[in-house]
Design a protein around this ligand. Structure first.
Ligand code: CP
Ligand code: NVA
Length: 298
């Protein structure tokens, strides 16, 4: 089966059937049951922000699929020296088979899409991180044998959280969200989740959010590009740390997209405990993205 969407700007570009196809493909590639090969395929990887997992999993994934990936950092191409995004998109489309882009402004990603003739995959913007969500859903499916799990999001309601909320809605995972009021998920994301069938339940108290959760997910409080908001955000997120106290009385597993800032949004003890699914999540970036690329390149 080939998925219907051409681009992945956010998780809800995928239908429920598309999502199942990508995850099934990822699982087949992970188990070795599928040996998809794209020997002449090249992925352009545009990065405005740093990365460990996204860069390495996409580059390794393309190698394993028999293709090639090119790292295009902020200083490597003319985009960083004033060439317009639209021109970059048109020119990249003449060379490569797909583009993965990690940008600040989500509107820039949509501009890239508007002028591209090849699939554009969002590798994180300030608003969304759909590739992370694909890996997260694969991890939940493996850990719980499906999507019959209750999830809680505790922390910042920006990119990773917003895509996770959309992914939960698409997969049918029951999600409860607790963020500081000033860092709530955007209304349009909650509306889109509702349209997909289930907006998350929003509660003020993180303890209430995790009370019935099978899995608790958090992300950094100071995202890339927000370093100047550090003092203000640390104050706003006081009480939202995922720690032993918050998790006491639950059997919940813990998820984090990484990189983690131990001592801020999560403690070292929780991250190092057997609650943590974080290393499987990181590994599953590779498999989930290979599943996505295989579907997009076919
Ligand atoms: N989770 C994630 O996207 O990590 P990187 O910033 O290392 O790519
Ligand atoms: N919210 C984080 C996610 C990093 C993968 C950030 O934007 O920096």
């Amino acid at each position: 089966m080939t998925i219907e969407t051409t681009h992945l700007t956010d998780v809800d570009d995928l239908s429920a059937d598309d999502l199942a196809a990508v995850l099934d493909r990822a699982a087949a590639l992970k188990s070795g049951a599928d040996d998809a090969r794209f020997p002449r395929a090249t992925l352009g990887m545009l990065f405005e922000k740093p990365s460990t997992r996204t860069r390495i999993s996409f580059e390794t994934g393309m190698t394993q699929l028999g293709g090639h990936a090119i790292f295009l950092g902020p200083d490597d191409i003319q985009l960083g020296h004033g060439e317009p995004l639209r021109d970059t998109s048109r020119v990249l489309s003449r060379y490569v088979d797909a583009v993965m882009a990690r940008l600040f402004d989500h509107a820039d990603l949509l501009e890239l899409v508007e002028h591209a003739d090849v699939p554009i995959v969002n590798g994180l913007t300030d608003d969304a991180h759909p590739c992370q969500t694909l890996a997260d859903l694969l991890t939940i499916r493996e850990a719980f044998g499906g999507f019959d799990a209750r999830a809680a999001w505790v922390g910042d309601g920006n990119n990773v959280g917003q895509s996770f909320a959309l992914g939960c809605a698409l997969a049918g995972i029951d999600l409860t969200v607790s963020t500081p009021p000033a860092y709530a998920m955007a209304d349009d994301v909650l509306d889109r989740a509702a349209e997909l069938g289930s907006a998350p339940t929003v509660v003020d108290d993180p303890k209430e959010a995790v009370a019935d959760a099978d899995v608790v997910y958090t992300d950094v409080w100071i995202s890339m590009g927000q370093e100047d908001q550090r003092a203000q955000k640390l104050a706003a997120f006081d009480g939202y740390q995922v720690n032993d106290d918050l998790l006491r009385g639950t059997d919940a597993k813990v998820m984090h997209c990484l990189p983690a800032h131990r001592g801020e949004e999560i403690t070292d003890a929780v991250l190092e405990s057997d609650r943590a699914l974080v290393w499987d999540q990181a590994e599953n970036r590779l498999h989930a993205q290979k599943g996505l690329l295989a579907e997009l390149l076919e």
